[in-house]
Design a protein around this ligand. Structure first.
Ligand code: ADP
Length: 515
């Protein structure tokens, strides 16, 4: 096309050839183009290009002469229609995205530019509409919007459920009957529950945000506690049963039991410490009263029993050849029962001595193996149903409390017999290992399950299923362990339920104790 032809196209004064050229150019455009004549009734379409046919699915004869509204089919309530009408009335340019329908009824989104064409007098004679099918973009936008809404919805729900979880945990923390503090990594108080505030008679403002070690009158400012708390976050080692006795402001002297754990949560709650504080003043006072009672009661029982034992001995001496067998038997049985009672009372006394820290050891040098043999003989003589076999030797002249160690061995042997009623063999083994003498006694009796093994050395603990069948008070092993500890040794058990148990202890030897 030369400059002249182009000029004719623009001015509309061109030949038929130029007109054809112009049409061809419009037909090759990817945009759908229509022209409406504003001067004719109902503003009909007077021109459409090939792309408009393609986009709308209608052919030229079905388009020319119609008002554009057929493109909206029955979808007439779109606000964009109003915008189009107003622009046409006012002879203005407008740009809308409107829902249109192809001939076969398929929806397509039409991005429509409408601009007026004016004559030399400035009157609007035509409108040109240029359109693009933007359905794909619209659909993508729609999907994106849906996804965003879905994500927003999910986030909302998640936030709500987190908030509910937080409130739920908060309500637990607030209701437990134990003082709880949540600390950050610098030991500043982040949360204090009601029970804490009530127990220490403080309010939130003097607690929250404060460093733990500055609370009250510095009651928690204890070097050892600091050390343990410092270890929690890096090592995850909890602080267990740390006792603090202190003159607290407002509440006076109290004994508090502290336990602290690292909070095992990721994200927002990471690096926090949960500190629980239990007031055990009362409980400890009751325990002390119970121990005092035990001590007084066993002393009070011992005195008359010693007198009764004395009288029974006198009666025994007064028995003559002529006294009846029945009487002799009764006196003998009375004496045995008094010895049993004496032993029980002695054990109770031992417990109260241990509790008050008065279990003293009187060291003397003695032949360890000989002592063991004597205990075995004693126990064997009253246990005809069992056979106690001794093997090994220590060959040690040991320096320790012979009577207490006799008590330990006697207790362990008695237990081995008591708790293996159907298995007669009891083995005792003596040895020396790397500067320690070792004593073991094994039975093939009831055995002890793993759970109970940890507890049988506690005072008054007895394995529940044997309580009724086998008499006892659950203090023998407690006393044994304390005696061995006093001698700087170690007492332990290896056992399997229904297979048997081996109780062993080791005692450290001085250089000159091995013979
Ligand atoms: P007691 O024998 O008076 O109950 P102990 O302190 O000597 O008290 O023992 C505590 C508990 O340990 C016993 O009640 C028993 O359940 C368990 N026990 C001790 N020795 C043995 C053993 N050799 N075999 C099985 N259980 C044992």
């Amino acid at each position: 096309m030369n400059d002249n032809q182009f000029g004719e196209l623009i001015t509309g004064t061109g030949s038929t050839e130029s007109l054809e050229l112009l049409k061809a150019a419009l037909d090759s455009s990817v945009s759908g183009i229509i022209i409406t004549d504003n001067r004719l009734p109902d503003n009909p379409i007077v021109y459409c290009n090939a792309s408009f046919e393609r986009i709308s699915g209608y052919s030229r004869p079905e388009i020319i002469g119609h008002n554009c509204r057929f493109l909206q089919a029955r979808d007439r309530k779109q606000p964009e229609r109003q915008m189009l009408k107003e622009a046409i009335v006012e002879g203005k340019t407008v740009n809308v995205e409107i829902r249109n329908y192809t001939k076969d009824g398929t929806l397509f989104w039409n991005e429509l530019y409408v601009s007026p064409i004016k004559n030399a007098e400035g009157q609007v004679t035509h409108f040109v509409g240029v359109q693009h099918d933007v359905t794909r973009r619209k659909n993508a936008e729609h999907t994106l919007r849906n996804e965003r809404e879905l994500i927003e919805q999910t986030v909302k729900q998640r936030t709500l459920s987190l908030e509910q979880t937080r409130e739920y945990l908060e309500s637990i923390i607030q209701t437990v009957r134990e003082s709880l503090l949540v600390l950050d990594a610098e030991f500043r108080v982040m949360t204090a529950n009601q029970h804490f505030l009530k127990t220490f008679k403080v309010d939130r403002s003097e607690t929250i945000g404060q460093n733990l070690f500055n609370l009250g009158n510095g009651q928690w400012d204890i070097d050892r506690l600091k050390e343990l708390l410092n270890d929690i976050l890096p090592t995850n080692n909890p602080v267990l049963d740390f006792e603090v006795e202190h003159d607290f402001p407002h509440i006076g002297r109290k004994l508090m039991l502290l336990n602290a754990y690292r909070i095992e949560l990721e994200g927002e709650f990471k690096d926090r410490i949960l500190l629980s504080i239990e007031d055990i003043t009362e409980r400890r006072a009751i325990e002390v009263r119970k121990d005092d009672f035990l001590s007084v009661a066993s002393h009070e029982l011992k005195t008359p029993l010693t007198t009764v034992k004395g009288y029974v001995q006198v009666i025994n001496h007064m028995l003559s050849e002529q006294s009846g067998d029945k009487l002799k038997e009764i006196v003998g049985k009375t004496s045995t029962q008094i010895d049993r009672l004496n032993k029980l009372i002695a054990e109770l006394l031992d417990v109260s001595k241990i509790q008050s820290g008065n279990l003293e050891i009187h060291r003397d040098v003695f032949d360890f193996d000989k002592m063991v043999k004597e205990v075995i003989e004693n126990i064997q003589s009253v246990s005809p149903n069992h056979t106690i076999k001794l093997s090994g030797a220590t060959n040690v002249t040991y320096s320790g409390d012979e009577s207490q160690l006799t008590q330990v061995i006697s207790n362990l042997l008695s237990n081995a017999i008591k708790y293996s009623p159907d298995h007669q063999e009891i083995s005792v083994y003596l040895s020396v290992i790397s500067g320690y003498l070792k004593f073991s006694v094994s039975d093939q009796g009831l055995g002890i399950n793993q759970n109970d093994q940890a507890k049988i050395f506690e005072r008054f603990y007895r394995v529940s299923n044997i309580q009724k069948k086998y008499p006892g008070m659950g203090i023998g092993l407690y006393v044994c362990e304390q005696i061995i500890k006093q001698h700087k040794g170690d007492l332990w058990v290896d056992s399997e339920e229904n297979k048997g148990s081996t109780f062993s202890f080791t005692l450290p030897l001085l250089n000159d104790e091995s013979k």
